[in-house]
Design a protein around this ligand. Structure first.
Ligand code: GTP
Ligand code: MG
Length: 198
């Protein structure tokens, strides 16, 4: 898929106020600092469409971006970061939960995990919650540039095997990406394109 346009549409914390156009939508979620906003910029070939930061907790609202005038990409706040106050965290959780439960346009979530790390309880819990709620998702491994190329695929397979050893009977689709060297861009956009054309 060639990106011909990518525009920021709105930020909000209320799912009822999200854009009401009936376009297919894909949401990027994962722990704080995993690289959600960076990945969105990499996919869209735009330096700072989505705001990024070395400090976890940068993205704090539901952010809609319209792509090629025919689908939405959504940047969500990270979960599982302790430095956000407890009260703020609860509010996040409520509107993120509401977003996933109520957003009819949502086609798939992308759960981002850092390729260097073993499955974290908060990620496993979140994936289970998506499964329980019947929300399709794929896993995006981020920051692949931080590992030696020879071990990247093995690390991903080890991660997926741990899901199969847990509650999952089938491994979800997965993508290995790096916002630094653009790995995975064509595959991920191709995946979205194929679903949009179904
Ligand atoms: P929150 O909005 O805070 O939840 O974070 P986020 O998941 O949106 O992460 P963000 O894109 O802001 O990136 C966090 C940090 O990781 C930044 O310092 C990025 O430069 C760095 N980063 C993101 N992706 C990559 C990557 O693929 N490779 C490397 N080396 N660094 C990355
Ligand atoms: Mg962010």
């Amino acid at each position: 898929m060639k990106i011909t346009s990518a525009e920021f549409v709105m930020s909000n914390s209320n799912v009822a106020k999200c854009p009401n156009e009936p376009l297919p939508e894909y949401a990027f979620i994962g722990r704080s600092n995993v690289g959600k906003s960076s990945l969105i910029n990499m996919l869209m070939e735009r330096k700072s469409l989505a705001k990024t930061s070395g400090r976890p907790g940068k993205t704090q609202l539901i952010n809609h971006f319209k792509v090629n005038e025919n689908w939405f990409l959504v940047d969500l706040p990270g979960y599982g970061y302790a430095r956000v106050s407890k009260k703020d965290k609860k509010v996040f959780q409520k509107y993120i939960t509401e977003y996933f439960e109520k957003r009819e346009q949502l086609v798939s979530a992308f759960v981002l995990v850092d390729i260097r790390h073993d499955p974290q309880p908060v990620d496993l819990e979140f994936m289970e919650w998506l499964g329980t709620n019947g929300i399709p998702f794929a896993i995006i491994f981020t920051k692949a540039d931080k590992l030696k190329p020879a071990v990247v695929e093995k690390q991903a397979q080890t991660y997926l095997q741990k899901l199969l050893d847990g509650v999952w009977e089938e491994a979800p689709p997965h993508f290995i990406t790096s916002s630094s060297n653009r790995a995975g861009r064509i595959e991920l956009l191709g995946y979205i394109d194929a679903i949009n054309k179904e």
